[in-house]
Design a protein around this ligand. Structure first.
Ligand code: NAG
Ligand code: NAG
Ligand code: NAG
Ligand code: ZN
Length: 263
C-alpha cells in the first residue's frame, strides 16, 4: 500500500500525485538551478557523500553530541548494497537521529553521460530503496562529481521534483587532503560565522573516522548552526514521508545497474 503510493508519486510525477499540503515551495537556487550554499545566515550544512559506510557512525555520534544535524547523500549500489542488513540498520539509525538522507544516484554514475531513461532508473532505484527502508522519498540529490548540465538539471526538476545540490566548500578529502589541510579549512570558517557554508565531505574516506570530533564541536562553538541541507534552505527534506517496510525478496541489488565507480 505504502509502496504503491510512493511509486505512484514518482511514476506519475510528484507534483500532481501529492496532496497540496505536501508540496513544497522551491528552494533558493543558483547556477542553472543548482543549489550550492545555505540561504540562512550563520548556518553550516556539513555533508557526507557515498555512504552508507562504516564511518557514518562516527559522524553520527559527533553531530548527536552537540545536537547538530548533518546530511548523507547515499548510493544504492556502490561499495556494497544498500539493502544489506548492516546498511539498513545503519540508515535507520541516522534517520532516527534526525539527519537528512538524500540521493547520490544508485551506482555513483556520471549523469551527463546517461540518457533521461537511464537517469530515471538511477533515481527510481534509490527512491524505492529509501521508501522501503525508511519510508521516505528524498527531495534532494547531489550529482556524483558535481556533474550535471542544463538537460540533466531540467530533467531532475521536471520529471522528479528534485532539488539538485552541489557545495560551496570542498574538504578535498576524496582528493587526498591531509588532516591538517582539512582542519585548516574549518579553522578558516571559524573566523567568521556570519557566513554560511555547504561543505562536501565523504563518508568513505578515512578523515571521516576521526576528524568530525574536532571540527563539529569547533564549528558549533564558533557560532554556526549545524543544520541539514534542507533546513539551511528552509525546505523539507522529503517528497513523501511514511513508515518502515519489512524486508522482502525485492530488497536486493541483484539485477540492478552495476556500480559506476568506487568513489
Ligand atoms: C553497505 O555495506 C557494506 C558493508 O557491508 C559497505 O562496504 C558499503 O559501503 C555499504 N554501503 C553501500 C551503499 O553499499
Ligand atoms: C560543483 O562544484 C565543483 C567545484 O566547485 C564544480 O567543479 C562543479 O562544476 C560544480 N557543479 C555545478 C553543477 O555547479
Ligand atoms: C555562501 O554564502 C555566504 C553568505 O552567507 C557567502 O559569504 C559565501 O561567499 C557563499 N559561498 C559561495 C561559494 O557561494
Ligand atoms: Zn560521490
Amino acid at each position: 500500500m505504502k509502496i504503491t503510493a510512493a511509486l505512484a508519486a514518482t511514476v506519475l510525477g510528484f507534483a500532481s500525485a501529492l496532496p497540496a499540503t505536501q508540496q513544497q515551495s522551491p528552494a533558493k537556487r543558483q547556477t542553472q538551478g543548482v543549489v550550492n550554499n545555505c540561504s540562512k545566515p550563520s548556518t553550516m550544512a556539513i555533508t557526507y557523500d557515498d555512504g552508507p559506510y562504516q564511518w557514518d557512525y562516527n559522524v553520527n555520534d559527533q553531530f548527536n553530541a552537540v545536537n547538530g544535524k548533518t546530511t548523507y547523500f547515499v548510493n544504492g549500489y556502490n561499495w556494497g548494497c544498500i539493502y544489506s542488513e548492516e546498511n539498513v540498520s545503519h540508515l535507520r539509525a541516522l534517520y532516527e537521529n534526525g539527519h537528512q538522507i538524500a540521493s547520490h544516484t544508485w551506482g555513483h554514475v556520471h549523469l551527463t553521460q546517461l540518457t533521461n531513461e537511464e537517469i530515471d532508473t538511477q533515481v527510481q532505484l534509490v527512491e524505492d530503496a529509501l521508501w522501503k527502508i525508511l519510508g521516505v522519498v528524498p527531495k534532494y540529490i547531489r550529482p556524483p562529481y558535481g556533474e550535471v548540465d542544463d538537460r540533466v538539471v531540467q530533467h531532475l526538476h521536471d520529471r522528479w521534483g528534485l532539488v539538485v545540490v552541489n557545495w560551496s566548500d570542498d574538504s578535498q578529502d576524496a582528493l587526498g587532503a591531509s588532516d591538517q589541510e582539512i582542519l585548516d579549512m574549518y579553522n578558516g570558517f571559524a573566523a567568521d560565522s556570519s557566513q554560511s557554508h555547504l561543505v562536501l565531505n565523504h563518508a568513505v574516506h578515512e578523515p571521516a573516522s576521526h576528524l568530525p570530533q574536532i571540527y563539529v564541536p569547533q564549528m558549533q562553538n564558533a557560532g554556526y548552526s549545524l543544520e541539514t541541507v534542507a533546513s539551511c534552505l528552509n525546505d523539507n527534506p522529503y517528497k513523501v514521508v511514511g513508515g518502515y517496510s519489512p524486508r522482502d525478496d525485492s530488497w536486493t541489488c541483484v539485477g540492478t545497474p552495476e556500480p559506476g565507480a568506487a568513489q
